[in-house]
Design a protein around this ligand. Structure first.
Ligand SMILES: CC(C)(COP(=O)(O)OP(=O)(O)OC[C@H]1O[C@@H](n2cnc3c(N)ncnc32)[C@H](O)[C@@H]1OP(=O)(O)O)[C@@H](O)C(=O)NCCC(=O)NCCS
Length: 287
């Protein structure tokens, strides 16, 4: 992948995921929507960053001079992570994805651990299991937050780049590898909340709707407080989504039940040589 491939890779991934969402759409769940320009811009910013830090982890497939597939992977400390993986609908199931994933996995050959958020596409899941990943089903909490359920949370504050060392320490303890330079991009794309108390430390990246996109903490109580602080900022009329909930994180299901959110299932957290991180809610591509 080269820098000038990134916009075309973004359009391809948007198309691929939208087609998958439409194909796997479940009743009772919001209708799929194509990725909009804001989310597309965030994808381009993330991928451009990963292409700088890990050029050898980022690959595209071309046919007839057109981009037909992409895989974006990177390593952080001793962990290999996959941010994005897609083949153009209509050309899937013909072996293109196998080659892209092999090239990306080669980039992580020195890593003990691996982590990626798998879509529900059976073709993707087959690849990950055959590559030695353990598959942990993910749940999603969704809905408008019941205002009278929101508790008073103390000593959660806005974060800044001066907190990144603390965030990296919490990362190492929860997922076994720091996010490092990825915190700079995350902090540009999300609102950072931090808590650092004698009883526990942690952080949350929160989107404009009040949905937590990443939560990491040294204990469940702290993670719960951070999640409530995020939800408190939500709009009463706009649903929030707490995605990427594994069974190891029942604490967030308790928050969702108290907030009267719906519980659904979607995709897998795929892990190699790593127990499901907890208390932890992973980001889809920065994990
Ligand atoms: C996942 C994806 C990138 C794989 O690329 P691809 O070019 O389709 O993959 P390949 O053709 O190389 O391999 C597909 C594998 O799935 C198998 N397969 C095909 N249809 C299948 C099905 N319905 N169920 C299970 N396996 C299936 C194929 O036989 C092949 O396995 P094999 O090589 O052991 O025979 C592509 O399908 C895709 O873009 N999916 C939508 C986006 C997505 O979900 N991305 C993953 C994000 S985590």
């Amino acid at each position: 992948m080269r820098a000038d491939d990134v916009p075309a890779a973004e359009r391809l991934s948007s198309l691929g995921y939208y087609e998958l969402d439409t194909r796997t759409h479940q009743r009772g769940w919001p209708d799929p929507v194509p990725r909009d320009a804001t989310r597309g811009g965030a994808w381009v910013e993330r991928t451009t960053h990963l292409l700088v830090t890990d050029p050898e982890g980022c690959w595209v497939a071309e046919a007839g001079g057109e981009l037909v597939g992409a895989a974006v992977s990177y390593t952080r400390e001793l962990m290999w992570l996959l941010a994005s993986y897609v083949v153009r609908p209509g050309l899937q199931g013909q072996g293109i994805g196998t080659q892209l994933l092999a090239a990306s996995l080669h980039h992580g050959r020195g890593c003990l651990r691996g982590m990626l958020a798998a879509s529900p596409d059976p073709k993707a899941v087959r690849h990950y299991r055959l590559a030695g990943f353990a598959l942990h089903p993910q749940m999603v909490l969704w809905g408008a937050v019941r205002r009278d359920a929101i508790p008073v949370v103390e000593r959660v504050r806005d974060g800044s780049p001066g907190d990144f060392d603390l965030l990296d320490s919490v990362d190492r303890r929860t997922r076994g590898a720091a996010h490092g330079a990825d915190h700079e991009v995350l902090a540009r794309q999300f609102h950072l909340l931090v808590t650092d108390r004698s009883t526990g430390s942690g952080y949350a990246y929160v989107d404009d709707s009040g949905s937590p996109a990443l939560v990491a903490a040294t204990n469940r109580r702290t993670a719960t407080d951070l999640t409530w602080a995020a939800l408190a900022a939500s709009n009463p009329d706009v649903p929030v989504e707490i995605a990427h909930v594994t069974a190891a994180n029942q604490w967030v299901i308790d928050v969702g039940m108290a907030a009267r959110l719906e519980l659904h299932q979607r995709g897998y957290l795929a892990l190699r040589n790593l127990a499901p991180p907890a208390p932890y809610l992973h980001h889809g591509s920065f994990l």
